[in-house]
Design a protein around this ligand. Structure first.
Ligand code: SAM
Ligand code: SF4
Length: 377
């Protein structure tokens, strides 16, 4: 990681000028940088890109289009009493397009739509078409629980969607019900099959394992993915659930999963990293078959290569899943006439305030106030 003093001066000016102290390396609340529109200073970094104090160039953006969901995964949402944002608090498609255009002009080249459950947002395909028309946007992806996918996949693909991640944690309906507090595994499976009709669409399956719920399902999930020749990725349970039920004991580390899979299927060979900014470490079974990826965000944080920013459904810019800082870009997006320089300034400020690492292994770590469904995973 580069020393902050080696960065161009313009990269060091606003908000947290040159603070490379150990405290800054952890995610802590920073009243000074919170929800601010200040920054008369540079609108762009010297390179014209979103570069943080540690030299990380930001190219990826997660856009949450809604916080609501049609299931209630234990690791994300509360069982009851969840309050979703009123419709009028969600950014409109015009606002999202404005934001993405501005971010792309600053070097963002990959966008992933997420939520909540993004397919609950009416006419999502029209947003896909609008974003795909942006010059410089190279990759447009979607993360979904798949429940509504079989009805929407045709329009999403026609609109230009390029990649899709579908969450699949089990192949057993009782376990699905236990994990999501809803019925509907058949809907998810129908969504996966509908998606497979489009070989041009890059499909990945994401699984999250809770030791006390679906650890036994990992073998069936690997078989399922291999039979369909698609990549399966196991994501470690992170302390981002609204019930605050996360614990080391419930989380299953990636290295434990690799050990269990190797016992059943034979040795796993590490694949070369195609893209160091990707959070997943990919493996292949020595016996052949498809790839299995591991996103070990807790046990092996990949902060050093993180190139992500996030836009929440209510218009807040975040620079880290685990951070507590937000920048109110919604205010700028909703104001007429649109001031693109003010938005650029917020994007630069949010990027510059990014810490070196998420700090969840620190004894004084406090999870963010928002749960995963309110941030956009
Ligand atoms: N509803 C969609 C879905 O589930 O795919 C998109 C939003 S969801 C928040 C995105 C991803 O976040 C899912 O793959 C889900 O497994 C993951 N996720 C949710 N809560 C998590 C947690 N506490 N730790 C790690 N991943 C989590
Ligand atoms: Fe909904 Fe996705 Fe959260 Fe599950 S992980 S509750 S599907 S937003």
């Amino acid at each position: 990681m580069s020393d902050v003093t080696a960065l161009p001066v313009a990269n060091r000016l606003p908000i947290v000028a040159g603070d490379s102290s150990p405290a800054a390396a952890r995610q802590e609340p920073r009243a000074a940088s919170r929800m601010t529109t200040q920054s008369a200073s540079p609108i762009k970094t010297a390179s014209g890109q979103l570069v943080d104090r540690f030299g990380r160039v930001h190219r990826s953006l997660r856009v949450s289009v809604i916080d609501a969901c049609n299931i209630r995964c234990q690791y994300c949402m509360p069982a009851v009493g969840v309050q979703f944002l009123p419709r009028e608090h969600l950014l409109s498609f015009d606002h999202i397009e404005r934001f993405v255009r501005t971010a792309v002009a600053l070097g963002i080249s990959k966008v992933r739509l997420t939520g909540g459950e993004p397919l609950l947002r009416p006419e999502l395909h029209s947003l896909v078409a609008r974003l795909r028309a942006i010059d410089g946007l190279q990759q447009l992806a979607l993360t979904t629980n798949g429940m509504l996918l079989d009805n929407q996949i045709d329009s999403l693909v026609s609109a230009g969607l390029q990649r899709i991640n579908i969450s699949l944690d089990t192949l057993s309906e009782p376990t699905f019900r236990q994990l999501t507090r809803r019925e509907g595994l058949d809907r998810v499976l129908a969504g996966i099959e509908a998606t497979r009709r489009f070989p041009q669409l890059e499909l990945r399956l994401n699984s999250l394992v809770l030791r006390d719920v679906n650890l036994d399902d990992i073998y069936d999930l690997v078989d399922f993915a291999q039979q369909r020749q698609c990549t399966l990725r196991f994501i470690e349970f992170m302390p981002l659930d609204s019930d605050r039920q996360w614990s080391q004991a419930r989380m299953v580390r990636g290295d434990e999963l690799r050990g269990l899979l190797a016992e059943r299927f034979g040795p796993l060979l590490r694949c070369a990293d195609a893209d160091p900014s990707q959070p997943s470490s990919d493996y292949q079974f020595a016996s052949g078959g498809g790839r299995v990826g591991f996103i070990d965000s807790v046990s092996q944080p990949f902060c050093a290569g993180c190139d992500r920013l996030r836009l929440t459904a209510d218009g807040k810019l975040r620079n880290c899943l685990f951070g507590r800082d937000e920048w109110d870009v919604g205010e700028v997006l909703r104001k007429e006439p649109f001031d693109s320089r003010a938005l650029q300034a917020l994007l630069c400020a949010g990027t510059l305030a990014k810490h070196a690492a998420h700090g969840i292994d620190a004894p004084d770590f406090r999870p963010p106030e928002r749960a995963m469904y309110q941030i956009g995973g």
